[in-house]
Design a protein around this ligand. Structure first.
Ligand code: FES
Ligand code: FES
Length: 188
């Protein structure tokens, strides 16, 4: 096989892979062909039973099926923490968690922390406001959910400890100093 023939064959193969079912994709064509499963789970105190493509992430279930867009999609690959939610009280990356694995689970998202429209904010939400711990706000829901998990795990003893245990949550605006202060405030 000549180099030219090899490159041409590789290009065709690559296009077929991209067009086929993708772990990251949510295209209608792929979804229509994909096997689905029913899953029942509780999100912010409300029980939901949905049928989803077996490859659907918890993040996409929340955003695309349940309309809970407070949880953000950053990298969609487990590297930024923007999609952090609590599952049975533990923080997880929603983009790395398959929805079909969550039968019977209790999920808490940013929308579940305080009543919509009125009522007090969760102490960590209030601390983010008090400490001005955000700029664009895109990472903030994930930071807050992760901060709650961090506190529950008992990792808020010092700024250094908070930084270490919050290291999976990236802030492109660089608000780290204030985020740490907010978590300290809520924990004090
Ligand atoms: Fe899940 Fe970045 S969107 S870790
Ligand atoms: Fe903008 Fe964190 S506040 S990414």
């Amino acid at each position: 096989m000549s180099r030219r023939t090899f490159i041409a064959a590789s290009t065709v193969t690559g296009a077929a892979v991209v067009a086929g079912p993708s772990l990251l994709g949510t295209g209608r064509a792929a979804a229509a062909e994909a096997p689905g499963s029913r899953v029942s789970l509780t999100v912010n105190g409300t029980r939901h039973t949905v049928t989803v493509d077996n490859r659907t992430s918890l993040l996409d279930l929340l955003r695309e099926h349940l309309g809970l867009t407070g949880t953000k999609k950053g990298c969609d690959a487990g590297a930024c923490g923007a999609c952090t939610v609590l599952v049975d009280g533990r923080r997880v990356n929603g983009c790395l968690t398959l929805a079909v694995r969550l039968e019977g689970a209790e999920v808490t998202t940013i929308e579940g922390l305080a009543p919509a429209g009125n009522g007090p904010l969760h102490p960590l939400q209030q601390a983010f406001v008090d400490q001005d711990a955000f700029q664009c706000g895109y990472c903030t829901p994930g930071q807050i959910m992760s901060g709650i998990g961090c506190a529950r795990e008992g990792h808020t003893g010092s700024p250094e400890e908070i930084r270490e245990w919050m290291s999976g949550n990236i802030c492109r605006c660089g608000c780290y100093v204030k985020i740490v202060r907010a978590i300290q405030q809520a924990g004090s």
